[in-house]
Design a protein around this ligand. Structure first.
Ligand code: MG
Length: 255
């Protein structure tokens, strides 16, 4: 009886071995297109965004330009004190910063800006300064940095007082400039920072900040540090100069 059982076991094991080697042979015989199929991922399917030449992407929120819906308000009051004419927004010096009524988290931002041609007697940080504050805290500097010496971590395209741009891609004053910015907001849990913010800036088509880690709130004096917050408005700075903006749109990213 024991011998019979042993024979049966040998038979079963042999059958399994033969079967699995046949399976392996089958797998080896797959055609290249069948192999290629294994690494295809079919979901999720990206939603369609139309991006016609010279047009704003179909899922963008227009902040300055055709189709914008009164998105700005003063930081200090319930008014809109800046000048908006022919889809060009200009700082009214002395009225203070403006912010979007809407809060944002991670975003892609396109913004075009221009500083005045006349620069006589204006030097360094005083030569037509403004800025974009993401979540009202993290400033990407706007400044006429064309042949204008200042501390590089405060020139145009700097993460102000935190990160020097890779290159200076300024056009002369009086010409329109563009920033394309990808901002990833910092993450907080239980009021503690769990992941810092990151920012990428393309100035006039040239990469100047490459996924740079943001060190905390922008400060003029001292070291930056984080303080927990949620999604918050975009803010434009009134630094007392006639800086203009056009074609400003934002695409919220993520869920
Ligand atoms: Mg500034």
């Amino acid at each position: 009886m024991k011998i019979m059982n042993l024979k049966l076991s040998v038979f079963v094991i042999t059958a399994i071995v033969i079967n699995s080697s046949a399976l392996a042979n089958d797998q080896e015989k797959l055609e290249p297109w069948q192999e290629a199929k294994k690494s295809e991922v079919w979901e999720p399917v990206p939603k369609v965004v139309s991006a016609e030449e010279g047009q704003v992407p179909s899922d963008a929120i227009v902040l300055v330009g055709k189709g914008s819906q009164d998105p700005w308000i003063s930081v200090k009051s319930d008014t809109f004190p800046w000048k908006l004419e022919n889809n060009v927004l200009t700082v009214t010096p002395g009225t203070g910063d403006i912010k979007t009524k809407q809060n944002f988290c991670d975003v892609q931002l396109h913004i075009e800006w221009k500083t005045p041609t006349e620069v006589k007697g204006m030097e360094g940080q005083q030569r037509n300064n403004s800025g974009i504050f993401f979540q009202q805290r993290y400033e990407i500097q706007i400044l006429d940095s064309y042949n204008n010496q200042t501390y590089p971590n405060g020139q145009a395209g700097s993460v102000y007082k935190q990160s020097i741009p890779l290159v200076n891609a300024m056009r002369p004053p009086g010409q329109w400039q563009s920033y394309d910015i990808i901002f990833t907001a910092p993450r907080f849990e239980d009021k503690e920072l769990v992941k810092p913010g990151y920012i990428t800036v393309i100035h006039n088509g040239v990469l100047i900040q490459n996924n740079v880690e943001i060190q905390g709130n922008t400060v003029w004096i001292g070291e930056p540090s984080y303080k927990a917050h949620g999604c918050a408005p975009l803010q434009l700075q009134d630094h007392g100069n006639l800086v203009s903006f056009r074609n400003v749109w934002v695409r919220p990213l993520g869920e």
